[in-house]
Design a binder for this molecule. Sequence first.
Ligand code: NAI
Length: 696
Amino acid sequence: MSADYQVHGSVAVITLNNPPVNGLGHATRTAAVEGIRRANDDAAVKAIVLTGAGKAFSGGADIKEFNSPKALAEPTLHTLIRVAEDSAKPMVAAIHSVCMGGGLELALGCNYRVALPGAQIALPEVKLGLLPGAGGTQRLPRVLGLEKALNMIVSGTPALSETLAGSALFDEVFPAGTDLVKAAVAFAEKVADVRPLPKVRDRKVDYPNHEAFLQFSRNTVKAVAGPFPAPLECVETVAASVTKKFEDGLKFERERFLHLIQTPESKSLRHAFFAEREASKIPDVPSDTPTRTIARAAVIGAGTMGGGIAMNFANAGIPVTILETKQEALEKGLATIRKNYESTLKKGKLTQEKFDQRMALIGGTLDYHDIAQADIVVEAVFEDMGVKEAVFRKLDSVMKPGAILASNTSTLDVDRIAAFTQRPQDVIGTHFFSPANVMKLLEIVRGKETGKDVLATTMALSKKLKKTGVVSGVCDGFIGNRMIEQYSRQAGFLLEEGCLPEQVDKAIEKFGFAMGPFRMIDMAGNDISWAIRKRRYIEKPEVAYSKTADLLCEMGRFGQKTGGGWYDYKAGDRKAYPSQLVNDMIVRHSADIGVERRKISDQEIVERLVYALVNEGALILEEGIAQRASDIDMVYLTGYGFPLFRGGPMFYADTVGLPNVLASVERFAKGRHGEAWKPAPLLVKLAAEGKGFNSR
Ligand code: NAI
């Protein structure tokens, strides 16, 4: 039973009961319809209150039913809303806590709505690339007016119930602390005999000169919607609430909804929505695994990463101490943190009070004894195994038992690091992305001996730090950097074969990446990847790289920080200007290695960069480094600027069709540096089976 039925005097109370947020799944819809019919059949009942148990009135569609035939089984949400709207006895929606999506559409089908203050009211469908498809676009403007409804539907942002009091959305917003059901029953008794029954559908949307407003909205929305079609479709359907009769508006809404649900953009957004939820699940670490308390943290190293990581703890209200080797480095690190917060303060995004609180949570020390009682320590010292060894041996000797010892290493072997301690079960990788106080991604690197409680605690901590935690196994570069290496190698080969940095960047930015590989590396610093390559030349001499990047570094061009990299930069300006000097070097290098430069199409550029990610991603999946394809997509969406409307590299490959991806990979394998294109066995297998990475 997922809705309860009770009679209070002459009022029936139907309580949606489908934890956690009373999602309108099939069983809930069925029970609600039965409740309304039962109340109508009972002569003793004069009015009906519809409310929700627990933490919500209703959060809308049941996400467990998404993409399943159950979502379309009768009674559908449309049917339920029609039954409520056609009820011969007045229906009162009693709203509290959360009333979103289908939940709000259902409330709008009731004759009256009463609410407690503090309830979140929203039609957030646009965030999944959709529009409210059960009458929301037609009914909300009828109670809130065109402008307010349009803003809510196009943005998907929740509004608090009390801010909507006084509109026709609510007949009453009770004072805080009111017993909602009791007050709603009293309200229902009061209106029990009022006829005709008021219906939202019978109201008119009055907006003088609506065409001018709608045109203005189309222009503004178009400018910010980017590649996503849903926001503009929201405007058009809301427009129909003014220009069309109610039934025709509903039909139009249905048609546009069915169109949007098939668009790749909406499919990508829904994929990302589920991928984020999936990523926090670790198959052999059940959700009830006990976690350790994280009340105090420490960070080793106050450099680029250490400072940002410390800010994450402070932002989450966790006191954190940063340890450095020298007073000077410590002070520099702390000053950078202060400067970062000051800039947020100046922009008005942080109050003075919060600024003071956060700064007070961050301390510094040169002495390991000051951090010994921390519950977690994140090491962010130089990327050098020798330095890491010294730090972990020291941590092992001073940290209290049960403290989590985490490393922010981007490429080193977490199992080797763990072996420097007597407590490998407490060691884990926490790979933050730069800038660590901004980037959402946290790769959680699971060593072979990492304890399940340590994993569960770190995953819970990632949520507390507002990060998207994705579990990766141990390998060189983990999920993200191991894949980006193949992408960067292709970018380098493209330069040798005929491209210039600008052409490569423009092509992949047109595909939707936030930044092309050369602009990106100019920002991060070419010297960092140079150091990694030098190590690779020794460790893996068989792997070929374009030498152009080394030649660039030999010219002293490390990127923005040195005023020049692949591009030229002007002081105080982050814009990248093509560099004649660099372009000449690239063309000369092709001649030096005897490669005849050719015209390369944007399509080839995109395929070589993106399929390099996909092929390596397939290996990572097969080796069990990533738990699932959607985790790889999450890494790329949240850490590498992969276009959200394409859903991540593995999802994108699925939409292209794996046989098509494989055909390109096989073609590249016959070309120059074909050894980089050995098709991953999983790609070959899935392509042959007609499957996708996300539907194995
Ligand atoms: P950094 O060079 O900016 O900072 C390192 C800091 O550690 C310096 O302030 C240094 O004084 C301090 N340090 C060195 N040895 C120490 C010791 N024994 N005890 C205490 N402090 C010590 O380096 P960055 O960029 O912050 O990198 C740190 C770690 O994070 C590396 O493992 C790196 O691979 C990783 N990482 C770096 C990213 C980046 O974009 N910079 C991204 C993700 C991970």
